[in-house]
Design a protein around this ligand. Structure first.
Ligand code: R5P
Length: 311
């Protein structure tokens, strides 16, 4: 018999939290999340969580520090109110790109975030397309890293032309590109990217055959759009057919990103709803909900079943 459970949503993505709750046949639990005049976060649970399994739903999307603190304060409130277990459902795990030191006297913030999750009593993490698989190793608690690739491929199957080349815009995306190519029966190409700043990247090499072919560029996230913009330029320069599709799990779409992807060769952009407030007036943008995948994973966790069939 599964334990009684409750879903509590932070303010990062309430629509996704509602969609997950609906998939599970319930509504999100009531809580008041407010700001004190000095900017501190105040949280009050408006219903009991005593001895319940709590799923806290919060993406670490911008403003990432506010959303992180809110998640931590929510977890602290649940622990002090005697929740049986706290699972942080973090569809987009921010700070994950900081997984190593690039120079001396830098922080590894991804590791620090993992430590803080555990310090406030989070028992388990469910996330989607972690920036790098090794981030899981920063945690001592179980981390279920789901992937949006099957969900996106279910839609892409009908949308991409045959003979598609799946392009990884950098070496880090190669594993994901291989998964997409396997599911879409395409081939793989990879670009070598050199990051020049937080917003600027440059492609130095292309490995793979793209001449005259339609391409699907895949990535875990679109942040400033700089990585994809330089990828688009490199592919067209290498003779790819000007019929490009983009697929990414997390659409952070920071100011200016949309303009960078407004190239006429880019026909469609597919993302999921791990991040909220996506533009509704961009006709090339297609948002695929990740709620059924996340709800399916929570159902399996409650029933003590494997998540293996979701990968
Ligand atoms: C980098 O390793 C990531 O996988 C993404 O390629 C990158 O973070 C996207 O950021 P932006 O859109 O700002 O280039």
């Amino acid at each position: 018999m599964p334990r009684e459970f409750i879903i509590i949503a932070g303010t990062a993505n309430p629509d996704l939290a509602d969609a997950i709750a609906t998939e599970l046949g319930m509504s999100a639990g009531a809580c008041a999340i407010e700001r004190f005049p000095d900017g501190e976060t105040s949280v009050r649970l408006l219903e009991s969580v005593r001895r319940k399994e709590v799923f806290l739903i919060q993406s670490l999307s911008p403003p990432v520090n506010d959303h992180l603190v809110e998640l931590l304060v929510l977890a602290d409130a649940c622990r002090r109110a005697a929740a049986a277990r706290i699972t942080a459902v973090v569809p987009y795990l921010g700070y994950a790109r900081s997984d190593k030191r690039h120079g001396r006297r830098e922080s590894i913030s991804g590791r620090m975030v993992a430590d803080v999750f555990e310090a406030v009593g989070i028992d388990h993490v469910v996330t989607v397309d972690l920036h790098a698989p090794q981030i899981e190793g920063f945690f001592h608690i179980p981390v279920d890293s789901l992937t949006a690739v099957p969900t996106l491929c279910d839609v892409l199957h009908e949308k991409v032309p045959p003979g598609i080349v799946v392009v990884a815009p950098d070496a880090g995306a190669l594993r994901m590109a291989t998964d997409y190519a396997h599911r879409l029966k395409g081939t793989v190409a990879v670009l070598h990217k050199r990051r020049e700043s937080g917003t600027g990247t440059q492609v130095t090499h292309l490995v793979g055959e793209v001449g005259g072919k339609p391409c699907l560029i895949v990535d875990d996230m679109i942040s400033t759009g700089g990585t994809l913009a330089s990828g688009i330029e490199a592919l067209l320069k290498a003779g790819a057919r000007p019929e490009l599709t983009i697929a990414a799990t997390h659409g952070l779409l920071l100011p200016g990103a949309r303009q960078k992807l407004a190239h006429e060769a880019v026909k469609k952009v597919f993302i999921t709803d791990t991040v909220a407030d996506l533009p509704s007036d961009w006709s090339r943008l297609h948002v695929i909900s990740i709620a059924p995948l996340i709800a399916g994973s929570l159902k399996r966790l409650l029933e003590h079943r494997s998540l293996g069939d979701l990968y």
